[in-house]
Design a protein around this ligand. Structure first.
Ligand code: CA
Length: 248
């Protein structure tokens, strides 16, 4: 094991898939990268494991016995404890992607089977780096008072990984949280879709800036009192988005 790998914090990845060959392949590569791996072969087993072991990331196949991956994803997102657990979906047919990534399911990323293991590992690493980044912010904040970001009735608690509107908790996915956090760190400033794509997705994939628009749309549905007339996240046509803060 190299020094770099020894220094890596041991993240726990849950692989949910009933095809044993694929589980073996993914597990082998994850362990080679220094991650701890747990696997579940059905939907109910996956839910049990997530609530029991709190994995840092879930790789979730859609075609599963007993309960499919979409239902597993939906249930994880609707529980406060697991609402922001990063989820990477496998085997979604292309037509399902908007649903998978959207408000209803709220997955953070997806890969279509057959996938390249190298590409899967790159995405897993990128997703876990972002988790680490936020954990790092928490650690360095230590016992100091939490710096809450505020815009009107909207509050974002970086350390508690929590967003509220008028005191009501919004269950954001990991990506939605990162996106909103980034916008709120630069109130009044236009962030281009390319910049957001780079900072939130941060790696080379076939996703384009339309992905940013889709996520902004779902984010608005969760935080805006009237998503059709957004008061927090403004669209700057042809450029990007801006956090407006106070109701305008
Ligand atoms: Ca399967």
């Amino acid at each position: 094991m190299t020094d770099a790998k020894k220094n890596l914090k041991k993240h726990l990845v849950l692989v949910v898939e009933d095809e044993e060959d694929i589980v073996r392949l993914i597990s082998y590569h994850l362990e080679k990268e220094g991650y701890s791996v747990l696997s579940a072969g059905s939907g109910p087993e996956a839910l049990d494991y997530v609530f029991e072991h709190h994995p840092d990331l879930v790789i979730l196949d859609i075609m599963l016995p007993e309960m499919d991956g979409l239902e597993v994803c939906r249930r994880l997102r609707s529980s406060e404890k697991t609402a922001s657990t990063p989820i990477l979906i496998l085997s979604a047919r292309k037509e399902e992607l908007d649903r998978v990534l959207g408000l209803e399911m709220g997955a953070d990323d997806y890969m279509i089977k057959p996938f390249s293991v190298r590409e899967l590992m790159a995405r897993v690493k990128a997703m876990l780096r972002r988790v680490e980044h936020f954990a790092g912010i928490q650690d360095s904040a230590g016992r100091e008072e939490e710096k809450v970001l505020k815009g009107g009735d909207l509050l974002l608690y970086p350390e508690r990984y929590r967003v509220t509107v008028a005191g009501q908790n919004c269950n954001l996915t990991h990506k939605e949280f990162v996106l909103l956090h980034l916008l709120m760190l630069h109130p009044g400033k236009v962030l281009t879709r390319e910049l957001l794509l780079d900072r939130v997705w941060g790696y080379e994939v076939e996703v384009d800036t339309r992905t940013v628009d889709v996520h902004i749309r779902y984010l608005r549905q969760k935080i805006e009192p009237d998503p059709a007339n957004p008061r927090y996240i403004e669209t700057v046509r042809g450029v990007g988005y801006r956090f407006a803060g106070e109701p305008g």
